[in-house]
Design a protein around this ligand. Structure first.
Ligand code: PEP
Length: 255
């Protein structure tokens, strides 16, 4: 009953309009018939305008990779949600582990961004996940519970159902190490149980939870076949139209 969503996070790649548009045109021709899966790509800010123009005539939606929580002012280097909205951006990735680890983003900052995105009708894709040492110390659920509580502070029932959660174990991002489908499902079902106890069963069942961390064409189907996994957030394999398409197809085949 939840529609799977596959997101392609291009990170700091394909940031020149000609290369981004070339990739997007390849992808558009492949995904033309995809209906049962939401397809979103998150290109760098430098190509948003070109990509939005091309994606308009397709079933692909566009996400920003980040945003600030103020609409304008003296915030050198930041991107306003207002700019994004006016350009036609429909989704935003918040709290990616690279933002948390490299740029020191805190749960509090991510929470501010989340509240702002929701107030502007930009659909947030919020990333949470544990480091390898935390998993090895048996602290995964503790970390996830902490992030769920703090990143989603003061979020209403209505707003949480509009939000997409991406469970991304940090040790699996860009490393080629994927969580097994069982490891991923265990945490997805835990996240859902946290949503059920904080809100209610209906809300818990509505929220889409993506898995991210070295999703590739050869492991996508096994991961997406799990009950609580509603698609994926894909980094490396989203940079090439055919591999990203195979991942999208894996999700659609299961519907
Ligand atoms: C990501 O950046 O969110 C990600 C999951 O990357 P990769 O697929 O390359 O591990």
């Amino acid at each position: 009953m939840r529609k799977p969503i596959i997101g392609g996070n291009w990170k700091m790649n394909l940031g020149v309009p000609s290369e981004a548009v070339k990739m997007l045109n390849n992808l558009i021709s492949l995904v033309r018939k995809i209906e049962l899966v939401d397809v979103v790509i998150a290109p760098p800010f430098t190509v948003l305008e070109s990509v939005i123009k091309v994606a308009k005539k397709s079933n692909i939606k566009i996400a920003a990779q980040n945003m600030y929580f103020k609409e304008n002012g003296a915030f050198t280097g930041e991107i306003s949600p207002n700019f994004l909205k006016k350009m036609g951006v429909e989704y935003v990735i918040l709290g990616h582990s690279e933002r948390r680890d490299i740029f020191y983003e805190t749960d509090e900052l991510i929470n501010n961004k989340l509240i702002k995105a929701l107030s502007m009708d930009i659909i947030p894709i919020v990333c949470i996940g544990e480091h390898l040492h935390q998993r090895e110390e048996g602290k995964t659920k503790e970390i996830i519970a902490y992030q769920m509580e703090n990143t989603f502070k003061n979020i209403s029932k209505e707003d949480i159902t509009k939000t997409i959660i991406a469970y991304e174990p940090i040790w699996a991002i860009g490393t080629g190490k994927t969580a097994t489908p069982e490891q991923a499902e265990e945490i997805h079902s835990y996240i859902r149980s946290l949503l059920v106890s904080r809100f209610n069963e209906e809300v818990g069942n509505k929220v889409r939870i993506q898995y991210g961390g070295s999703v590739k064409p050869n492991n996508a189907e096994a991961i997406f076949s799990k009950d609580n996994i509603d698609g994926g957030l894909v980094g490396g394999a989203s940079l090439e139209a055919s591999s990203f398409y195979e991942i999208i197809r894996a999700a659609e085949k299961l519907k």
